[in-house]
Design a protein around this ligand. Sequence first.
Ligand code: NI
Length: 284
Amino acid sequence: MKAIVSYRSQNHEFELRDDAAFVGRLKDVIHKNLGLPPQTVKLLAKGKILSDEDRLPGSKIMVIASSPESIEAMKTEAQRQLDIAARRASATHTKGAVKSTKKQSSHYRFHTIEALQHLHEPSKAQKYLERLASDRSIQRLMEKHQLSVGLLTEMDPRLYTTHDSKTLGLNKDGGAEILLRLRTDELDGYRDYRGVKSTLIHELVHNRVPEHPRSFWDLFRDWSAEVESWESGSRVSQSEVYMPQTTDSGVEWTGGSKTLGSGTTKGDVDDRESRARAAERRRQ
Ligand code: NI
C-alpha cells in the first residue's frame, strides 16, 4: 500500500507491501530514505501517535523527529532555508486540500497534548496544557491564522536552564512541536498562566517566522493584541497592547544584569532569548 508521509512540510510517498504495512516497517523505510533513525521519530496520524505494531492508516502520516542532533546532522543551512520556503508555500495550500467535514474544521489546533511522564504528577501538567489548548482566545487565534501544531508538551526545566538564562518555550520545525516551561525551577509548582500563555503565543508566531527579526515582533504584538481583545471582549488600543514578561514570582530570567521585574523592551527579550538559544546550542 501507499503511505504518504509529511516531513517538514514536504510530502513523500512510499510503497509498502500489504503484508508489511506496519508503522515499524515504515520507520525503517523513512530511515533509509530520509536518514532519520527509527528511535528518533514519532509518526502521527489524525492527531494520534502511532505505535510500531499499528497497521498503516489510510490517512497522511506526519513525521516528528525528536532528536535535534540527528536532524541538524542531516541538514545544511541552505536546505533549512528551502524548507522554510516550502513550509510557507504549503501553509497556503493546506487549506484547499482539507476536506470540509466537521472534524476537519478543527485542523488548526494542537493534534497531540502530552505532559512529561517522568516529572511529578504528570496529570496536573496535562491539565495545564489542556487548559491552554482549550483556551478560547488561543483556539480563535489558531483558527484565524490557520496554525496547526503536532504536539504540545512541557519542557523539563532542568534541561533548559543555564547559569544565566532560561528558555521559556521552544517551537521545533515550524509547529511540529511546541514545548513550554510550565513548572518552576524547583519543580515544586507551576508558572503563572498568563505568562505561559504569552510564551505560547510567542511560539505560535514561530510557526510563521523563524528566529526574531523585526517581522517576528510585529506579528507577536498583533497576535497578543488580538488575544487580549478576545479575552476582554473589547478592542485594545496600541498603547495598551499586552506585552507580557513576568511569570510566577515576577522573575523570568535570572542572573546577568537582569533582575526582578526589570523593564522589558522588545530588544531586551530578543537579546535574552538569543543568549538562551546560544547557550542551548553550546550544550548540544
Ligand atoms: Ni522565540
